[in-house]
Design a protein around this ligand. Structure first.
Ligand SMILES: Nc1ncnc2c1ncn2[C@@H]1O[C@H](COP(=O)(O)OP(=O)(O)O)[C@@H](O)[C@H]1O
Ligand SMILES: [Mg+2]
Length: 310
């Protein structure tokens, strides 16, 4: 190889090495940037979780203090015998105590669910009876706001293999939300249907305030409520929907919300078809053992949380 050729070869090699060096530096820079953006994202997530916890504590101390103050105040009055003969005070104390207990129980239940300690006590349950019982439980609240229930018990045929207390809890939460967030004179339609893949879907459709689409995934998370805790008119911990979702998932089902602001909200609970134990559409069905419930959801035709028209 001549001196000139060697020189050319060397300079080409140098250029190549330099290019490779630049490319490597670029790759390294990109890698560092993506690591940085991942770290930033993780930090934002942690900050958001922190904020949720702080808001929760603010909400909880407000929620817990209100009934506690009532209990303490009225008990003191009884102790000082100011109007102690009035049975009203006893009513206030009782009401506040029940409210306090309900909040504490919800918090503990969610903790138990989170720890995987909630178990199902299953039996054959008539969905019609469960819905009727849930409506009866919520009727006094509904009457105060002249809210009507549209429900045809004869149309609900199915019995299911499930934990009745836990299903009822889901129904009562949906109904109480419906009553809370529906103005005077509104209505709540309760119905059941079979989905394309034979799941049982029980729906509660109200004519209330509705939930903005972007808030739907948020209200399904623990402690999240749309109204600010200091300004809102409705009582609650924001735990009802997360508990309802966890209970539905324990059964291998799920819950979904469809809503349009100013029109209303439909809350649905789905139970997998293999839990159905009777009803017109499955009269000839042979009962199969129930598969163990999974926390995930493999059901097809799964509802989205998109708002539906109408
Ligand atoms: N049917 C409904 N109509 C309008 N908003 C609703 C409805 N159901 C739930 N929400 C919204 O979701 C939030 C969370 O509901 P939930 O978890 O049951 O908690 P809580 O009833 O204790 O407020 C409610 O505070 C409300 O903002
Ligand atoms: Mg609720």
């Amino acid at each position: 190889m001549s001196g000139l050729a060697l020189e050319t070869y060397c300079s080409q090699l140098k250029a190549l090495l330099e290019r490779q060096h630049t490319e490597l530096a670029l790759i390294e820079k990109q890698r560092a940037e993506s690591a940085e953006s991942m770290a930033r994202e993780a930090m934002l997530r942690a900050q958001k979780a922190d904020r949720a916890k702080i808001t929760f504590l603010a909400n909880m101390s407000h929620e817990l203090r209100t009934p506690l103050n009532a209990i303490i105040g009225f008990s003191e009055m009884i102790k000082l015998k100011i109007g102690a003969s009035s049975p009203e005070y006893a009513d206030f104390i009782l009401e506040a105590s029940h409210h306090l207990l309900a909040i504490i129980n919800e918090v503990l239940d969610l903790a138990r669910i989170d720890a995987g300690k909630m178990e199902l006590e299953e039996e054959v349950v008539s969905i019609r009876e469960l819905i009727s019982g849930s409506i009866r439980a919520i009727q006094p609240l509904a009457e105060k706001k002249s809210i009507k229930f549209l429900y045809e018990p004869e149309a609900v045929q199915e019995s299911v293999w499930a934990d009745p207390a836990k299903l009822k809890r889901v129904f009562i939460n949906f109904l109480s939300n419906g009553v809370k967030f529906t103005p005077e004179g509104g209505q709540i339609a309760v119905a059941s249907r079979r989905s394309k893949n034979s799941d049982l879907v029980i729906s509660f459709a109200d004519t209330g305030s509705g939930i903005p689409a972007e808030q739907i995934p948020i209200v399904l998370e623990p402690f999240e409520q749309i109204e600010d805790h200091m300004t809102r008119e409705n009582q609650g911990t924001g735990l009802g929907l997360p508990i309802a979702r966890a209970l539905a998932r324990l059964h291998g089902g799920d819950i979904a919300l469809h809503s349009e602001v100013g029109v209303g909200t439909t809350a649905e609970m789905r139970l997998p078809g293999n839990r159905i134990r009777g009803g017109a559409m499955v009269a000839n069905r042979i009962d199969l053992p129930v598969l163990p419930a999974t926390s995930g959801n493999s059901l097809e035709d799964r509802p989205t949380s998109e708002p539906t028209a109408g």
